[in-house]
Design a protein around this ligand. Structure first.
Ligand code: SF4
Ligand code: SF4
Length: 276
């Protein structure tokens, strides 16, 4: 999600994956890097991992130096946005005269811009329910260019598919929470768990491997090996676990408590008693 403080209008047309549009952004446009100032860029869990690794910081350090907390509207969930600099133009900390210095690791919101996506269903992979729209800002001259794309081609070019796939359970969680009546509140502890598993991967790893977590949850050896060594696998696992603890129903309860896992195994074992 990227939001400019400049006057922006939302194109009322809803676009699908095969809809066409004309746009190009390159160093030759007069407005080059104008959109990298005074903006509200919500960071996803995968963005944090890419950015903190690119800069060589821990997630904790990155969060403290480069982000600001925000409560996501209608969800009451704590999210983070990229902190702009204190200069006159409120520039992004990564923008320079010749472009973005972390371009290959830039956040999802920067990749999507000027396209927005509305995810209407919390059902994972419910592509058919999504639609796209354009944010038009007076300073953005990219719409005057002749290059034509379909939405699908643009997404591929910007590399958003893999990011959306990794963040899918997180997006799903937001949409699910938004669909709940406002009277259903999460406890402070649940919000802290949400923040840790979403954004602070090193702290979440410690929580899994150095607390009583493994005594309480059943995790098979293969998954355990994966999440011990791979941050993305750990993030995917953490987001699934979050869904289970925040929305306590069977569908989302993928990471099983040890007791439940033992009962499931027991009921699926063949009976010793012959059926005769
Ligand atoms: S991260 Fe890069 S692309 Fe995104 S606003 Fe900052 S400079 Fe621009
Ligand atoms: S064309 Fe639009 S997206 Fe590209 S630099 Fe200019 S304002 Fe930013």
């Amino acid at each position: 999600m990227i939001e400019s403080e400049n006057k922006a209008s939302i194109d009322p047309i809803k676009y699908g994956p095969n809809s066409k549009f004309k746009f190009e952004c390159h160093k030759g446009v007069k407005c080059f890097t104008r959109c990298c100032r005074a903006i509200n860029i919500a960071l996803t869990p995968y963005d944090i991992i890419r950015l903190k690794n690119r800069i060589g910081l821990s997630a904790e350090e990155f969060l403290a130096l480069y982000t600001e907390p925000q409560l996501l509207e209608k969800t009451d969930l704590p999210v983070v946005i990229l902190k702009m600099m204190d200069d006159e133009e409120k520039s992004c900390p990564f923008v320079r005269a010749d472009g973005c210095i972390i371009y290959t690791d830039r956040p999802s919101a920067c990749r999507y811009y000027p396209l927005g996506v509305a995810t209407l269903s919390h059902k994972a992979g419910a592509d058919d329910d999504d639609f796209y729209f354009f944010v038009h800002e007076p300073h953005c001259l990219g719409f005057n260019e002749d290059k034509e794309w379909t939405i699908r081609e643009w997404r591929e070019d910007q590399g958003v598919d893999i990011r959306d796939e990794i963040n899918m359970d997180w997006t799903d969680l937001m949409v699910l929470k938004r669909s709940f009546p406002p009277s259903i509140k999460l406890t402070d502890q649940a919000k802290q768990m949400f923040f840790m598993a979403s954004y602070n991967i090193e702290k979440f790893r410690k929580f899994v491997f150095e607390s009583s977590f493994l005594e309480r949850y059943y995790i098979d050896d293969k998954t355990l090996e994966e999440i011990r060594n791979d941050e993305i696998a750990l993030l995917r696992f953490g987001l699934k676990w979050l869904k289970g603890i925040l929305f306590k129903d069977e569908k989302h309860d993928i990471v099983k408590m040890r007791e439940d896992a033992a009962n499931i195994r027991k009921s699926s074992e063949p009976s010793d008693t012959p059926n005769n």
